[in-house]
Design a protein around this ligand. Structure first.
Ligand SMILES: NC(=O)c1ccc[n+]([C@@H]2O[C@H](COP(=O)([O-])OP(=O)(O)OC[C@H]3O[C@@H](n4cnc5c(N)ncnc54)[C@H](OP(=O)(O)O)[C@@H]3O)[C@@H](O)[C@H]2O)c1
Length: 279
C-alpha cells in the first residue's frame, strides 16, 4: 500500500467551511496539490491563500453546486484526472424538519449532494486509482446514520438526512469489501455533533460572511480530520472519531450477520402459516 502522505492531488468537496476546510489545510501542510470545491467562491479563494501558505504544492478552486448535474459533471471530470489520488466527499446539507412539511425540492437537493454526488465522484475517481495502483476515497457520513429508531427529541427531525448518511455508510463499507484486495482505500467517517457552521443556516442557503461556528458545541472539526487521516493510514473503513470502544463496529457487523440469517427460503414462524395468509 502506498502511503497517503505522498504529495499527489487531493480533491475536497465542501471545502469552504467546517470539516472540509480542515481537510484542506491539513492536506496542504502535507504538501499536496489541492482542488477545492464548494459554491462560495470568496471562501475558496481565502482558503486557497491559507493552503498555499500552509505548504500546498498548488491550489485550484472549482466553484460548483453539487446539486446541479452540469456542475457535478465538471467536478467528476476533474476527479477523473490522472493526478488525483485522494477524494474527500465531504459536502453535505441536512434538510432537517418534519418530513411532511419540509420542502420536497430541498429533500431532492439533500439526496443530490449527499448521495448522488458522492457516488458519482467516487465512480469518477476509482477507475484511475485502480489503474495507477494507488488512491483513497473518504466519504463523510454522520453518526445519525445509526440513529434511525431514536425519536426527534434532542436529535433533529432527519429522516432523509439520516437515510442519505446511511447510504454513505453502506455504500462505503460494501465498496471497501469489493476493493479489499485492491490498492485503493475507502473510508467512511461518522462524526457526532461537530463544531462547524452546519446548524447555522436554513435549508441549503450558504451561510454568509466569515467562517463561524454554531452554538450547539461538538467536537472540533480539526479532531474529526485527525481521526479520519489516522484511521485511513491504518485501514479503518468505518471511522467514528469520538468512539473509544472501536470494537462497536465489529459488533455492528456481527448483528448484521444475525439479521442476514433471515435470508432463507422459509418464512419465520411468528408470521403464521402461508396457507392461512392466502385465505
Ligand atoms: N457539523 C456536524 O455536526 C456534522 C456531524 C456529522 C456529520 N457532518 C457532515 O460533515 C460534512 C461537512 O459538514 P460541516 O459540519 O463541515 O458543515 P458546514 O460547515 O456547513 O460545511 C458544509 C460544506 O458543504 C458545502 N456544500 C453544501 N451544499 C453544497 C452544494 N450544493 N454544492 C457544493 N458544496 C456544498 C458547503 O459549501 P458552500 O455552501 O460554499 O457550497 C460547505 O463547504 C457534511 O457532509 C455533514 O453532513 C456534520
Amino acid at each position: 500500500m502506498t502511503s497517503h502522505d505522498a504529495p499527489g492531488t487531493a480533491l475536497v468537496t465542501g471545502a469552504s467551511s467546517g470539516i472540509g476546510w480542515e481537510y484542506a489545510t491539513r492536506l496542504a501542510a502535507r504538501g499536496r496539490h489541492l482542488v477545492l470545491v464548494a459554491r462560495r467562491a470568496e471562501r475558496l479563494e481565502a482558503l486557497a491563500e491559507e493552503a498555499s501558505k500552509a505548504g500546498a504544492a498548488g491550489v485550484e478552486t472549482l466553484v460548483a453546486d453539487l446539486a446541479r448535474p452540469e456542475d457535478l459533471a465538471r467536478v467528476a471530470e476533474r476527479v477523473s484526472g490522472d493526478d488525483v489520488d485522494l477524494l474527500v466527499n465531504n459536502a453535505g446539507i441536512n434538510g432537517y424538519g418534519p418530513f411532511a412539511e419540509v420542502d420536497a425540492d430541498l429533500l431532492g437537493r439533500v439526496l443530490n449532494v449527499n448521495v448522488v454526488a458522492l457516488t458519482a465522484l467516487t465512480r469518477a475517481a476509482v477507475p484511475g486509482m485502480l489503474a495507477r495502483g494507488r488512491g483513497a476515497v473518504i466519504n463523510v457520513a454522520s453518526l445519525l446514520a445509526f440513529a434511525g429508531d431514536l425519536p426527534p427529541d434532542r436529535l433533529p427531525q432527519r429522516a432523509v438526512y439520516a437515510g442519505s448518511k446511511g447510504y454513505a455508510v453502506t455504500f462505503t463499507r460494501t465498496l471497501a469489501a469489493e476493493l479489499a484486495d485492491a490498492p485503493v482505500r475507502v473510508q467512511v467517517v461518522c462524526p457526532g455533533l461537530t463544531a462547524t457552521e452546519f446548524h447555522l443556516g436554513a435549508g441549503d442557503t450558504p451561510v454568509s460572511g466569515e467562517r463561524r461556528i454554531h452554538d450547539e458545541g461538538g467536537m472540533p472539526a480539526a479532531d474529526v480530520v485527525t481521526a479520519s487521516l489516522a484511521g485511513l493510514e491504518t485501514g479503518e473503513v468505518v471511522c467514528v472519531p469520538g468512539l473509544t470502544e472501536a470494537d462497536a463496529v465489529a459488533r455492528l457487523a456481527a448483528a448484521e450477520l444475525d439479521l442476514r440469517r433471515g435470508s432463507g427460503a422459509r418464512m419465520a414462524p411468528r408470521y403464521g402459516r402461508t396457507d392461512e395468509r392466502a385465505e
